[in-house]
Design a protein around this ligand. Structure first.
Ligand code: AMP
Length: 281
């Protein structure tokens, strides 16, 4: 399995594959891969002749005081995981390969990017849409794979593909969790032992909300409050947001009538973690 660092080289490989009539799947990642990423790659391998995993810590999706510099990186480990999962190649460009120093073109989206994570990370989705568009244009995959872990991102990408007429099928993949329920994330490595235990409050609180909804509760304020109160029982946790929104347009809803997304971001110490679940009333 090759590691490709330039767009030119990647394009020439893709051209060859296309000539041979092979289908191509793309799995965009920021590296430091875990079982969550692996599940996307395995799914992509099962549905395509060739699979490209992009491994790129995208600077444009980080805010000024965020963790761009400290974001964990380990290409060797990533390569081993990709090989094991059956990927065809890793695309690992330097930031300078992806962005000209005087780059001034971005892909921006209204509405879906303003709430949830967009509130505390106002420039995040502009960076995500821009880099994903660039990857889509460079790789031109038949299918691209994204995790439900980043539910807002998945909804945003689906909308972008629709609005910009990308001829790419977006495949959403379920959240992979640690045995104790914590959603796998590259950022979990920031947690010390105490924080790792405290981080369980995210999933526990979501399960509490889900149970209320399964029992018939349809008022979002009631469920939201119960979730927030439960998170507050954990001293190391600080709620960024808990929201219940329409699964498709991500608008807040009062009563659950259509499929909803229950999403949260919670600080455990200095680490901001996200988690969510979907519910069809
Ligand atoms: P990241 O490297 O964090 O940008 O994630 C790359 C892709 O992997 C995104 O589509 C994520 O939603 C997905 N992903 C990350 N963590 C998980 C997880 N625990 N389960 C499923 N997918 C995940």
């Amino acid at each position: 399995m090759e590691i490709i660092r330039t767009i030119e080289e990647l394009r020439s490989i893709l051209k060859r594959w296309r000539k041979e009539g092979l289908s191509v799947g793309l799995v965009p990642t920021m590296g430091y891969l875990h079982e969550g990423h692996k599940s996307l790659i395995i799914k992509a391998v099962s549905e395509n002749d060739r699979v490209v995993v992009s491994d790129f810590v995208n600077p444009t999706q980080f805010g000024v005081n965020e963790d761009l510099d400290s974001y964990p990186r380990d290409l060797e480990r990533d390569a081993a995981l990709c090989q094991e999962a059956g990927a065809s190649l890793i695309f690992h460009p330097e930031p300078e390969e992806m962005y000209f120093a005087d780059n001034c073109t971005f892909v921006d989206m209204e509405n879906l990017t303003k709430g949830l994570c967009g509130k505390t990370r106002p420039t995040h989705f502009r960076g995500v849409c821009t880099v994903v568009s660039k990857l889509f244009l460079i790789v031109a995959p038949d299918k691209a794979y994204f995790g439900q872990k980043d539910a807002q991102q998945l909804a945003v990408i689906r909308r972008m593909v629709r609005d910009l007429n990308f001829d790419i099928a977006i495949v959403g993949c379920p959240i992979v969790r640690e045995e104790d329920g914590l959603a796998m994330s590259s950022r979990n490595t920031y947690l010390d032992e105490k924080e790792r235990k405290a981080a369980l409050i995210l999933h526990k609180s979501l399960m509490l909300g889900e149970e209320m909804m399964r029992q018939g509760e349809r008022n979002t304020e009631v469920v939201k409050n119960a979730i927030v109160q439960n998170i507050k029982t954990e001293p190391l946790a600080k709620v960024d947001y808990v929201e219940i929104v329409d699964s498709e347009n991500l608008e807040p809803v009062a009563e659950m009538e259509h499929p909803v997304l229950v999403a949260m971001a919670v600080y455990i110490g200095n680490t901001r973690l996200i988690d969510n679940f979907s519910f069809e009333p």
